[in-house]
Write a protein that binds this ligand. Sequence first.
Ligand code: MN
Ligand code: MN
Length: 315
Amino acid sequence: MSTKNQPISGNDLARFSGPNTFMRLPSANELKGLDVAVLGIPMDIGTSWRSGTRFGPKQVRSESAMLRPYNLATGAAPFDSLQVADIGDLAINTFSLSESLKIISESYDAILNYDAMPLAIGGDHSITLPILRAMAKRHGPLALVHVDAHADVNEDMFGERETHGTVFRRAYEEGLINPSKTYQIGLRGTGYSAEDFTEAADWGFQQFPAHELWGKSLATLGAEIRRDIGDVPTYVTYDIDSLDPAYAPGTGTPEIGGLTTPQALELIRALKGLNIVGGDLVEVSPPYDTSGNTALTGANILYEMLCVLPGVAYR
Ligand code: MN
Ligand code: MN
């Protein structure tokens, strides 16, 4: 029997009770000895349309109570080999986006000092910029797997350079990511001009629009990405709006014609073997999630990410 932290079993305590931590894992006040730190970043002041992602961490944790430790499809048993805990929410400043982003990068500096792999529950996508700043300081320019309906490469929004729609332009400009090892998967919807979609491709970003993926397995694409990246430290950022609103309606900027839930699983599962150094699941907005399915799907996606981290045991 593993001596690592385990989620509380549904056979020991009914799933509808117990702590509201991710998968009902122990909560940890210190980072020492952790391989993986799950954390919440409850923020929605970087959004441009619907708000509500400030409630994302709480609701994703709540729905994660259904998750069991063993991945039947892949054989992954992450809690056999990795010490995982929920370190709670970051104390962001809900009255200041810029201050909040600073708090996030400083918190990540601390997490990375302890060599814990961070898995964040957002929050709107603006959280990923300060995360990448800290991650790149530690690991150098990262390979980036970015699953999203949107490229998030605007120059600015209302003059603001740090919002949920500008993240990956800033990351490119600041040299936080390797542009030729940046993969944007699931892009779609309407734009203002053709450049909305082509400019980032000129920087080197590899873009995979949703309409080219309709009806296809993403296992192949995932395997190609894995081979292309090699052993470069890789960050995975999963915007829940990459999924079709039929599967994930509870999000800030929904776009029709999106990925299916099985495609999301195929893609993430194919990333096993990469040198993944951290990840996030963003843009779950519980007030728009009347069925709870979006938060449930988000919880599962985060679990699948956990299952492909380096060092995960397989049975
Ligand atoms: Mn996004
Ligand atoms: Mn998006």
